[in-house]
Design a protein around this ligand. Sequence first.
Ligand SMILES: Nc1ncnc2c1ncn2[C@@H]1O[C@H](COP(=O)(O)OP(=O)(O)OP(=O)(O)O)[C@@H](O)[C@H]1O
Length: 248
Amino acid sequence: MALNINQLSVAFGNDIILDNMSIPTIYPGEMVSLIGKNGAGKSTLLKQMTKRIRPNADSITLNAKPLTLNDIGYLPQDHRVSANITVIELLITTMHVDANSLFTKAKSAEKALTLLDKIGIFHLANKICSELSGGESQLVGLAQAVVNQPSVLILDEPTSALDMHNQFMLLEYVKSYTREHNAYALMVIHDLNLAIQYSDKVAALHNNNLFAYGEPSRIIDQVLIKNVFNVNSQIIQLEQHPVVVACL
Ligand SMILES: Nc1ncnc2c1ncn2[C@@H]1O[C@H](COP(=O)(O)OP(=O)(O)OP(=O)(O)O)[C@@H](O)[C@H]1O
């Protein structure tokens, strides 16, 4: 059981974004954060994972088979739902329910409400999607991404619109989902301290390739931060976690 990304290349015209990039095997139950400067290719990598057809199907595999759309739940960057339907209706629709069966529909509503409760957004069930705030929309996007219980969660900056409490609430949910379902979570996170706290492994992308990969406490240090972000920093050790403080 493993998720593999091997020899992946992506170019837009003459611009090479990912150059024959491989990531070490990702194991069930693992949360992996992608870090790197703006434009490094993090979203490009995640978008490649959500493609129906890839030029080289073997470049991204789940249990040795090409990753399919059925395997994944995807929360894109800046996710917004513009539809004039309620959150619960959105989730039921996402579940691909047979519209003729009232029983199945009722079961789906129950399932969707349980999920909203688990994520901590039960109160949003009857809100209209197009009227949600940015942060509410991001949390609903997470519910939509997990509602069909995918094996692979692909989350592009899932905490970017969230307040401090909701950042932790979302990441705690992703952690429990990943552990309970033996799933794989790949997330782009800009906040290094959140990445350190919530990742089993961190993948740092730089110069069109993988710069470093491993447990956050082993790979995130002043040298990496200087090389990847061109920022001076200090690392403070707090219990087992390093805490990054940027310096001028
Ligand atoms: N459809 C496209 N056509 C042309 N260039 C693109 C396209 N999509 C992305 N790029 C370019 O590819 C590079 C990587 O973009 P990507 O969105 O993957 O970066 P990122 O690491 O996710 O950045 P950020 O942290 O700013 O979200 C950028 O230089 C971007 O301009």
